[in-house]
Design a protein around this ligand. Structure first.
Ligand code: PLP
Length: 419
């Protein structure tokens, strides 16, 4: 469900016509719908109603300050994976006591910054990291609230690059050793063991892996209790998929799949949704530059590229591509939609059936809100696209298009002899 809809065959973001927005800000650009963001948060939050819970939006999916501000206003906390993300949260006015810190490679300075800010907890991913956090907090004369991230060793059936809960993955501590880890953590006086966390992957489109993970962590929590380790928080991670092409369960089914095995444990549930909150709340609008035909193929060459949205080549991801103005009837063609970057991996769609566009037409790459702008780069010296947040009839530019000076910021020309 989202608020990108056609009115008289023209695609709107809420009450803003994308054609007009394109004339105003140029292309390509990302546009997000505030109404969709609010709705997604509310629906997700309501799925956990009746359970003591905290939603910590996994901000790596889309981390613009205005987006963080909006989530914060709705009562969301944040799951962060770097000090940069911490600083973004703080800049956006988030409550540090609603922040959890995940990730396998935290630096001393990042740990210190998180403790200094007073975040809710740090999710520990390995034994050396556990000791490192203890050392850093000792130096600061504090006790660091930590949870151990458990790798439940299961296959969530998604693309390997977004699967994190298998024993081969770099994430979490092995299931078989979790109990030892807890015993060890308890012995470290600068740690306060407050929780257990897990996150099995992303774009998961069935409930089975979630309930399986929930069952496994329930076993651990119960065992820990038996040896006198009482936790406060159970962090169930994120990972619920969105309908790019698949048909994932709604948040209500997802929540009950997770909650039914762990109900009665009496822990506060922390949930870290990323994609499901923002994925369908954003699109990437791009303009067709050329139609190119070879002996064997047709290409629609657009002004957006893999540096703007890398998901198609990185994850074999499918994104629906919609015409912004569909008043013209085009013949159906089969084409690759490609950008100007000098890589064969620079495509938004391959062998896609679509009404034949003309040069100058606008296309909307749908469901580009999550892992879209945040993964964009300056490859091929392309300035990053602007981000627009629509709320009703108002379109706010929440990040400007980069210019040449942005591209070379920090660079220096050193004069070297030519030989
Ligand atoms: C990326 C990530 C999430 C969010 O994943 P989504 O699939 O976007 O919901 C949650 N928790 C952790 C630890 C993550 O790394």
């Amino acid at each position: 469900m989202n608020y990108f809809e056609y009115r008289n065959d023209q695609l709107f973001a809420e009450d803003v016509a994308l054609t007009e927005l394109a004339d105003r800000v140029g292309t390509p650009f990302f546009v997000y719908s505030a109404r969709t963001l609010r709705r997604h948060f509310r629906v997700f939050d309501e799925a956990f109603a009746g359970t003591d819970h905290l939603i910590c939006y996994a901000m790596k999916a889309l981390s613009n300050l205005s987006i963080l501000r909006l989530f914060s206003a709705m009562g969301s906390g944040f799951d962060i994976v770097s000090v940069g993300e911490l600083q973004r949260c703080l800049r956006a006015g988030a409550d540090p006591r609603m922040i959890v810190f995940s990730g396998v490679g935290k630096a001393d300075e990042e740990i210190a910054a998180a403790l200094e800010a007073g975040i809710l907890m740090i999710n520990v991913e390995s034994r050396p990291e556990m000791h490192r956090i203890s050392e850093v907090s000792g130096r600061m004369r504090r006790r660091a609230p930590v949870s151990l991230r458990v790798n439940p060793d299961l296959d969530p059936g998604t693309h390997p690059h977004i699967s994190t809960g298998h024993r081969d993955s770099k994430f979490g501590v092995p299931l078989a050793q979790v109990r030892e880890y807890y015993a060890e953590a308890r012995g470290l006086e600068n740690l306060e063991v407050v929780g257990l966390s897990t996150h099995i992957g992303s774009q998961i489109t069935e409930t089975g892996p979630f309930s399986e993970a929930a069952l496994k962590v329930k076993g651990i929590v119960t065992d820990l209790r038996a040896v006198g380790i009482a936790l406060k928080y159970l962090d169930i991670g994120g990972g619920l998929g969105i309908p790019y092409q698949e048909n994932p369960p709604p948040p209500s089914e997802y929540a009950s799949a997770i909650l039914s095995p762990i109900r009665g444990l009496g822990l506060k549930i922390i949930s870290e949704p990323g994609r499901v909150l923002v994925g369908n709340a954003g699109v990437l609008v791009t303009r067709v530059r050329y139609l190119k035909e070879t002996d064997v193929k047709r290409f629609v060459v657009v002004d957006g590229a893999m540096n703007d949205l890398i998901r198609p080549v990185l994850y074999d991801a499918y994104h629906a591509i919609a015409r912004v103005d569909r008043r013209k009837v085009g013949n159906l063609i089969v084409a690759d939609v490609v950008g100007p970057v000098c890589e064969s991996g620079d495509f938004f769609a391959r062998e896609r059936e679509m009404p034949e566009p003309a040069a100058g037409d606008l296309l909307a790459v749908m469901s580009a809100g999550a892992y879209g702008f945040v993964m964009s780069s300056n490859y091929n010296s392309r300035p990053r696209a602007p981000e627009i947040l629509v709320d009703g009839a108002t379109a706010h530019v929440i990040r400007e298009r980069e210019n040449f000076e942005d591209l070379i910021r920090g660079e220096r020309i050193v004069e070297l002899k030519a030989e």
